[in-house]
Design a protein around this ligand. Sequence first.
Ligand code: FES
Length: 116
Amino acid sequence: MENTKSDKKETNQNLAKFVRVAEKSDLTDGSGKVVNVDGRSIALFRVKDEYFALANVCLHRGGPLGEGSLNGSTITCPWHGWRFDVRTGSFTVIPTLKVPTYKVKEQNGSVMVEIP
Ligand code: FES
């Protein structure tokens, strides 16, 4: 029997998993940190009481976004100053250019990131 498109989608969702990457208390409002999960470098940010995760790779030349400075929901790359919205991954100058994002959830005081 052949897999239908919806079967494949369900299979892919089953492979995704949420991985604990930090405690909520590890990040203060307006801060970020770099976490490594399954060989991926992920930039994790806290904006007020929400957490966001992006690939830790700037679209310009690969700078470490998790080491940039966060102002509101805008992260500025530490290398040459490109800015991105951490909620969407969008480059502020050309919003259709996006850094990959990861789903984040909080559970029992921990911050979990979905790894596809
Ligand atoms: S590498 Fe990020 S602005 Fe250049």
